[in-house]
Design a protein around this ligand. Structure first.
Ligand SMILES: [Zn+2]
Length: 285
């Protein structure tokens, strides 16, 4: 069967064969603090927070240097509390031309919140974005799992351009809100293109809860590359979701470097930020 029988061929900008959205979730210590708050005496366990803080304290700058060396754009999603705690770092990410998107205030689970609570978190976070980098977020990635039935409509009402949260396609798509197809674009990442699923580990509180993970770097590289080959062949939108605290170690980041270099070597790949892909899709599809 020809690939074109599966999907209508997408005509990407400048005749590119496929699109790539490199993305990083700079969670800082929010996930770990939230997790520790769920267990008795959890605040005594500080090591998890330091696992998260490795991102903004150390790994993000290593990633920025690599992205600039490879000359590729990227999108960083951040809980606004982490931006508040590390303003100089996020000013630098912005100054160096990368996009920064919304990822909650404290990595909240939107599915557990009322619409009013969700709006309050987004408003509070947008104020912090304005104060620190002088602009509001246009993109959203849901923190800690799911969003609620109301979330997409709230984001759309509040002027967001896109989300990169769901799993529903290998191409960007228009989100259906209250039965209407809208201009709110989704670029879906995948669990198998998420480094947290491959590499995430903490002894206690247990992460993952069954406590058996840290995949081999070469296996993960092979998975990511194989998946990219499929996206490239079918001309799709490859969204890879990484976390500085996971991918940003000295060894793993060399794997990421090889992956991006491999993608570039295929030729004719459109590397773009979330906003660029969403805007382009909205105008053309
Ligand atoms: Zn996150």
């Amino acid at each position: 069967m020809k690939d074109t029988e599966t999907f209508e061929q997408i005509h990407w900008p400048d005749g590119a064969q496929c699109a790539v959205m490199l993305s990083f979730d700079v969670d800082g210590d929010t996930i770990w603090k939230n997790g520790a708050s769920q267990i008795e005496g959890g605040s005594r366990f500080l090591r998890g927070s330091s696992v998260g803080n490795y991102g903004p304290n150390c790994a993000v700058r290593r990633i920025l240097t690599l992205l600039e060396a490879l000359d590729v754009p990227a999108t960083f999603f951040v809980p606004a509390k982490v931006m508040e705690d590390h303003p100089a770092l996020f000013k630098e990410i912005d100054r160096r031309g990368f996009e920064i998107g919304h990822h909650g205030y404290h990595h909240e689970r939107y599915v557990d919140l009322t619409p009013e609570e969700q709006r309050a978190i987004i408003e509070k976070s947008q104020k912090i974005f304005l104060e620190v980098i002088g602009k509001e977020a246009k993109g959203y990635r849901t923190p800690s799992g799911d969003w609620s039935r109301e979330t997409a409509g709230i984001l759309y009402d509040m002027g967001f351009s896109y989300s990169s949260s769901m799993r529903g396609d290998d191409r960007p798509y228009r989100t259906v809100i209250d039965g209407k197809t809208t201009d709110f674009i989704e670029m879906a990442p995948k669990w198998d293109l998420d480094d947290f699923v491959q590499f995430g580990y903490n002894l206690y509180p247990a992460e993952p809860s069954g406590q058996d993970r840290i995949a081999g770097i070469e296996q993960v590289f092979a998975n990511f590359r194989q998946e990219f080959d499929g996206y490239y062949r079918e001309g799709l939108c490859f969204v890879i979701q990484c976390h500085p605290q996971m991918i940003g170690s000295p060894g793993r980041l060399r794997m990421y470097e090889r992956l991006v270099a491999y993608m570039k070597s295929k030729g004719n790949v459109w590397f773009a930020t979330g906003s660029e892909i969403a805007d382009w899709w909205r105008e053309n599809y």
